[in-house]
Write a protein that binds this ligand. Structure first.
Ligand code: C2E
Ligand code: MG
Ligand code: MG
Ligand code: MG
Length: 275
């Protein structure tokens, strides 16, 4: 579907980008330019301790502040960036900016929290990933324990690489979380064999906790299993009081979701942290 817009000459919107090869080329070109022009920005979504309500971390989520299209969400450009390989440059920028910002918060006296950064498959497959991250930590001056890396189950194809990579990252001292947990496969193998600090229960399980008894059972089982393996659990996409109560009742450790806060600007995080 093509949409006319009087204010700018941009014709293609969101889903069209992935369907038209012309639009994809345009977008790839613009994405390349966007890195140089510093059009990417990070939003931060706070993560809360379920027992105390304290902020115990935040997830960095990238946005593209496009000069004509306005704010573009990652679901609209991450997969294209992944295909074109541009995700490596965008991902490096995200890591760099999240670490720089976190260090700045700490230097200004705010209570220190770890920041979670999403890694894409291509980034994760880089042989020198741990070295790149070590270099970023080194020159931003951020202590490794204040960086948490989010990987997904779909990244565990080459088990030998994953094992080596996760050990290198863990030796650096950064945290490892498994994002969107429950939507992929091979879960038990890596839970048993890899150094995972935290599971993030996917939003799709949390959403219907109240209505769907099997989702409720799955969530309760994930929490119990993770705890027995000494892995922390955070629930994603918590939107209601009832979902929160359920998670609390089942001893989930942490939560992230619109119920307490959507992703917000860095300035808003400063206010939340200093409150
Ligand atoms: P994700 O890592 O699972 O991040 C959580 C997504 O859920 C975010 O969407 C967040 O805004 C949204 N969310 C949080 N709480 C709620 C809630 O209560 N209800 C609902 N409906 N949604 C909630 P966002 O920011 O649009 O990001 C979408 C995905 O894009 C992320 O999913 C992640 O896979 C990817 N992404 C975002 N930033 C980056 C990045 O810097 N690098 C890479 N490689 N991927 C990124
Ligand atoms: Mg994530
Ligand atoms: Mg994800
Ligand atoms: Mg997720």
């Amino acid at each position: 579907k093509v949409k006319e817009n009087g204010k700018n000459d941009c014709l293609f919107y969101s889903e069209d980008w992935s369907n038209s090869s012309m639009a994809r080329l345009t977008l790839q070109h613009e994405m390349y330019r966007a890195i140089q022009r510093k059009e990417f920005v990070l939003m931060y979504q706070p993560q809360y301790d379920l027992a105390t309500g304290a902020i115990i971390g935040a997830e960095a989520l990238v946005r593209w502040n496009h000069p004509e299209r306005g704010i573009v969400s990652p679901s609209e450009f991450i997969s294209l960036a992944e295909e074109s390989g541009m995700i490596v440059q965008i991902g490096d920028w995200v890591l760099e900016e999240a670490c720089r910002q976190n260090k700045e918060w700490q230097d200004s006296g705010l209570p220190p929290i770890p920041i979670s950064v999403n890694l894409s498959l291509r980034q994760f497959m880089q042989r020198d990933l741990a070295a790149r991250i070590a270099a970023i930590l080194d020159h931003t001056g951020l202590e490794p324990k204040y960086l948490d890396l989010e990987i997904t189950e779909s990244m565990t194809m080459d088990l030998a690489h994953v094992a080596r990579c996760l050990v290198e990252l863990t030796n650096l001292g950064v945290g490892i979380s498994v994002d969107d947990f429950g939507t992929g496969y091979s879960s038990f193998h890596y839970l048993k064999n890899f150094p995972i600090d935290r599971l993030k229960i996917d939003r799709s399980f949390v959403r219907d906790i109240q209505q769907d008894p099997s989702d409720a059972e799955i969530v309760a089982a994930i929490i119990a299993m993770a705890h027995s393996l000494d892995i922390q659990v955070i629930a994603e996409g918590v939107e209601t009081e009832a979902q929160m109560a359920f998670l609390k009742h089942h001893n989930c450790d942490e939560m992230q979701g619109y119920y307490w806060s959507p992703p917000v600007s860095s300035r808003n995080i400063e206010q939340l942290l200093s409150a």
